[in-house]
Design a protein around this ligand. Sequence first.
Ligand code: ZN
Length: 228
Amino acid sequence: MSFDGHTTSSGSYPGPAGSIALNANVLVLNKYYQAIRVINVRRAFSMLCKELAEVIHIEDEGAGKSKWLNLNFTDWQELSSLKAEFEPDDYEWIHTVRFQIAVPRIIRLLGYDKLPRQDVKFNRRNIYARDGSKCQYCGKKFPTTDLSLDHVTPKSQGGKSTWDNIVCSCIRCNVKKGGRTPEQAHMHLITKPVKPKRSPVINIRLADERYSSWKQFLDNAYWTVELK
Ligand SMILES: [Zn+2]
C-alpha cells in the first residue's frame, strides 16, 4: 500500500478536515511514552504499516476526562471508519484508493528506547521559531528569507554566538544597528533572548488546537528534563 501516489487531501469532509492532511504533523513517542520528535503523516503511516509503531489515541470522554488507546494499524483503520461515520469533522483524512483513514496525532515507536534529546539544537530554524520570525527590533514579521541573525552584542565587542546573544533581525534594522550594541544604537529588543526549554518548533504547533493532545506528553518530557 502506498501513501505517496494514491492519496488526495480531504475533499469530502468539511471543518478542520478541510486542511491538507498530508501536511499534518504527528508527535512521536519512544516506547516509554516520552516525546522525541515531530514527523509528517507520510512517515507516520509508513512506520504504522511496518508495525514499527502504534497509534496513541486520546479519546475525550467529556467532563474533562479522557482515556488513551493503543492501536495497531488495523485497529486504527477500524476506528477510523467509525469516526468517518460519526465524527468526520474532528479528524483530518487521508483517502487511498481502497479506504480512508484518519490522521493520527500521536504514534509510539514500539522498539525505540532512546531518550529524548535534552537540549534544543542551536540552529537557524530554531532561532527563527523562537522569535516567531519577527524582527526583534521593529517587531514586524518577515519571511525567513528576509531575516538575518543579529549578534545583540556584536562579535567585534566580544559578543558570543549563543541563545542569549542571537536574535532575528530584518535587513533594515540590521543595517541601522551596524556594529553596535542596542544601547549604542538606541534600539530596543522586543523580547529578551533566552534559551528555549523545549523545541520552539513544537511550541508553535501546540498553539494549534489540532495538536492539543500532545500537551500531556510534552509536559511530561519537560519535567523529566528539568528534574535530571
Ligand atoms: Zn526590523
